[in-house]
Write a protein that binds this ligand. Structure first.
Ligand SMILES: Nc1ncnc2c1ncn2[C@@H]1O[C@H](COP(=O)(O)OP(=O)(O)OP(=O)(O)O)[C@@H](O)[C@H]1O
Length: 232
């Protein structure tokens, strides 16, 4: 495990995610907050990167910009070699559906659809028709018996794992996850770590924002974000 940042351009096929010089400002009345101040990072295929940092350091803003849910004021983001930043929202959504798995703390499940239907919707949005691996996805997160449960019928840990199954439904180039082990007991946490490990074994990239020391020591690299900058 090493602590690094990078500003090198990475257009090669080995890079799952490449972000360069990201800037993001927020203006509230007279006040301007510089949430991201030139963040550059990359995630290689087969690599798990953890991002840590104190509250307010810019982690959520970074994740949103990487996922194309938010637009940086400056800099760019490429996923699997395709630029996702500085595009109309519909194009970003399409690219996200095809190439990115996003797990935010706010959740990613549609409330009136059961777990299985949530996964199918994510696969359909990605343009995939092969629904046969839903059972494997559910098994991977330990929810084989909960395919027909609605989100409100799931316990906290189950909900988090269902969210992970949905985030992985499109077999993304890169998984972007905010505290994927947030509310899990030790055994379930290990299951999620195994799942993240299987993503990198399959040559996919993983970036997790976390405070969890187990996840940090599991990662191949750790980036420390402070005041909107990656620490050297
Ligand atoms: N929509 C917004 N409007 C104004 N300021 C914002 C907005 N979103 C974030 N900020 C500010 O940007 C900075 C970075 O916030 P961000 O939520 O990205 O940090 P964080 O590291 O995710 O924090 P936490 O760990 O507490 O979630 C903070 O100073 C925050 O107050």
């Amino acid at each position: 495990m090493t602590t690094t940042s990078t500003a090198a351009a990475r257009a090669d096929g080995a890079t799952a995610l490449d972000a360069r010089e990201l800037y993001r400002f927020f203006r509230t009345g007279e006040e301007e907050t510089l949430a991201l101040r030139g963040v550059s990072l990359h995630v290689q295929r087969g690599e798990t990167v953890a991002v840590v940092g104190p509250s307010g350091s810019g982690k959520s803003t970074l994740l949103a910009c990487l996922a194309g849910l938010d637009e940086p004021a400056g800099g760019y983001v490429h996923v699997g070699g395709e630029r996702i930043s500085h595009r109309p929202e519909a194009q970003r959504a399409r690219l996200r559906a095809r190439r990115i798995g996003v797990l935010l703390q706010s959740g990613n499940l549609i409330a009136h659809l059961d777990v299985r239907e949530n996964i199918r919707i994510a696969q359909a949005a990605a343009g995939r028709r092969d629904v046969s691996d839903i059972a494997a996805l559910l098994d991977g997160v330990g929810l084989s018996g909960r395919a027909h449960a609605l989100p409100h019928e799931l316990a906290g840990g189950e909900l988090a794992r269902a969210g992970l199954a949905v985030a992985l439904a499109n077999d993304p180039d890169v998984l972007l996850a905010d505290e994927p082990t947030g509310e899990l007991d030790g055994r379930t946490e290990q299951r999620v770590l195994d799942l993240l490990g299987s993503r990198s074994d399959a040559g996919r990239g993983v970036l997790v924002v976390t405070h969890n020391t187990e996840v940090v020591s599991f990662a191949d690299r750790v980036l420390v974000l402070r005041d909107g900058r990656i620490q050297p």
